[in-house]
Design a protein around this ligand. Sequence first.
Ligand code: BJW
Length: 228
Amino acid sequence: MNAVRNLVILTGAGISAESGLATFRGPGGLWEGHRVEDVCTPEALAADPELVHRFYDARREALASVTPNAAHRALARLDTTWTGDLLIVTQNVDDLHERAGARRMLHMHGELLSALCAACGARVPWSGSLPPGAHCDACGAAALRPDIVFFGEMPYAMERIEQAVASADLFVSIGTSGAVYPAAGFVQLARHYGAETLELNLERSAGSDWFEETRLGPASALVPAWVD
Ligand code: BJW
């Protein structure tokens, strides 16, 4: 990474798999029996809020019993020591990057430990269960919902992410299948603006051909080997 100053790292469910959190599209993935694309929608939330809230309550609870793994810790070390620009963009809604100590990061698909007011847009830290109809302290509406970006909704911080990707010297993608846009398109954007591109994954992603280099294996081994 000699000539590299500006680094953007995209992470997906694969980086948290070895901490014990299921991925979306593998065997035993989340929403088992349903395609995530069919149930993670504003329409599904409106049709059956109890089901959707219960699902996220269980995921929030499960977070308490998992811990960051060697891959999260390696990225946190990189964040501490890297003197150039660095942005870790995670698609994950867990808080394992933060718990490992990463700071220069953002959650583009929302956070389990946050609630979103569907009326005024306020985002509030949340732990424990979130019953449908919980009230928003900011505006009083009974409209708090899980702070999760569903299909058809705009991911967070897109402008900041696109700027960072456009000025990156190196774009690294870790543990994501490349099935979901706009994140799946970041590699093309990075290439367009001249960045080097590296994929670290258990299996090749859908957009694997866009990467100049792909290293296959578990994140807990590949990421520390790349960082250190
Ligand atoms: C390991 C490992 C180990 C395992 N070590 N690796 C047609 C074409 C293009 C786009 C669209 C289209 N139709 C609709 C769209 C848009 C749509 C979309 O992409 N749909 C696709 C299905 C085609 N996207 C959206 O709607 C997004 N919004 C949007 O586009 O707004 C408009 C817009 C316009 C212009 C600019 C910008 C925006 C919103 C997407 C929201 C995604 N939300 C979810 C749900 C979160 C809720 C929850 O957590 O319950 O986010 S879906 C789900 O997928 C979750 C994830 O963040 C996301 C990505 O999944 P990820 O992380 O890649 O996981 P997996 O399971 O797919 O893959 C795991 C990987 O790990 C695999 O590769 C394994 O190999 C690997 N692995 N073990 C290393 N030990």
